[in-house]
Design a protein around this ligand. Sequence first.
Ligand code: ARG
Length: 579
Amino acid sequence: MSLSLENAVNQKVATVFAELGLDNKFASVKVSDRPDLSDFQCNGALALAKIEHKNPREIAGIIAAKLQDDKDFAKVSVDGPGFLNLSLADEFIARNMQEMAKDERLGIAKDENAHKIVMDFGGPNVAKALHVGHLRSAVVGEAIRRIEVLVGNEVISDVHFGDWGTPMGMILAEIIKQDGNLDKVESYDIKQISNFYKQANIRCKEDESAQEDARIITTKIQDKVPEFYKAWQHLRKVSVDDVKKIYHELDAHFDLWLGESDAHEVCKEVVKLAHDKGVSEVDDGATIIRLDESKGQKPPVILVKRDGGFGYQLTDIATIKMRYDDLGAQEIIYVVDKRQALHFEQVFEVAEKLNLAPKVKLEHIGFGTVNGADGKPFKTRDGGVMNLEDLIKISKDKVRESLPAPGEVEGYGEKEIEKMVEQIAMAAIKFQDLKNNIASGYVFELEDFAKFEGKTGPYIQYAVARINSILRKAKDKGLTPGSIIITTKDERDLALKIAQLNAAVMRAHTEKEPSIITDYAYTLAQVFSSFYNAAPIMTADNKELAQSRLALAKLVRDILVKLLYLLGIETPEVMLKKA
Ligand code: ARG
């Protein structure tokens, strides 16, 4: 149990319920819908009365009378049909702030059922540069990973490289067409390899025999015929090195760099298992599994293609088995484009049918696309796919415009400015992405996304830098954070907002929805801003008050830093602005 204010109130109410012999499960409280009436409310008396056939106002009245004995409640009232409205004593709130401030976890609870989660996100493909479509998987995936780690789950992240499909055969077939053989493969870099892939795509569209060649070579790679397998290994290595650079820049962390290819042996086992269990059948030369119609009409899953090749679905099915057998996964989370929803439904159903990962929770978190102003997936000016690298560069250029030039501010040369450009650009890109519900697409916006005002990442970074500066100035004057007291409405409002931290993180965790964190961070920064305008720190009436307000400010700073960290965003100590 965390020491959050909400939990503390909950506990008090639950204790009173127990003392009165009432069922505890109705004792839960929530932040009040009527802040003019109360801080928290409990609606349990209504449900309880229904079950016990009693008058809800009467039950609420009995509970209220007992709660009123507790000095931590300033006021307890029964309103409407039987709502319990609870207003907290200022000292109670202050004490809670104090506890949060000295707790390393800032009062954030841990998942009571901590378990092992394998997260599958990233999903890059060999020979293809990461494009804007890969942005959300990396950014959303990393945020969820950090949230899950914070609440105490063990998370293993796997990038799940797309390295085993027909594109591999297409590339090698194209190289053979152009070079006559595979002798030069190992001299090719990522640019050259992706060019071969582009040319192969064009050729295969027009020429069926080229498609056939590509299929044959794909099978040779999968059968590990040395010449082809070795060439493929080079394609893979060059691609991994290339995408690692961008994931590093995005600060997305992967524990494992496995791919579809690593599931190959287990794919064979799964095919055999499906056969032995009588679950699969041969249809037009392909091995397929038909799914139960009772679970909705879905096309059959192709395990082995007519040419003997293993398909995308089989690799995902086998990977579930590996994650269960080898990694001990208790939950597997996929952060993948929602257009692949059907694929995952099929894959999960087969895994269940074959009992590959008993009791493991399988979950596809499908995200919407990053769009351009026309509402269609984001494109370059000439209509091509936008590379992620280019997108990051454009964003940095935009951010650089709003910062002083290197050398203009003392202590900020080229290196320091570039570091800040990077931190702010990443904040702008990631916050813009994460502030939207995962499932909905959003328009990538390059005008306001890096502004220091509005619901942006840089706005929150700026709020942090501002508090840093307040703390520095105070320190220069010999003033340090002290114990927290609540004396004004502004202090109280800020404290109650601070107190919602745990609930926000818990909701983001259970709903797997980082936008809950962006919303909370943004409102907290706003509430702090009004507090700071109304409740002066350095010129407070007395030292005790100044130190208390300073402690509140520091607490807000620590919370914002933690929240931004959860979103994958760094916080510069100082933020500069162009004069
Ligand atoms: N490489 C795939 C693609 O580009 C995405 C992989 C998603 N993850 C998975 N386990 N299927 O479509």
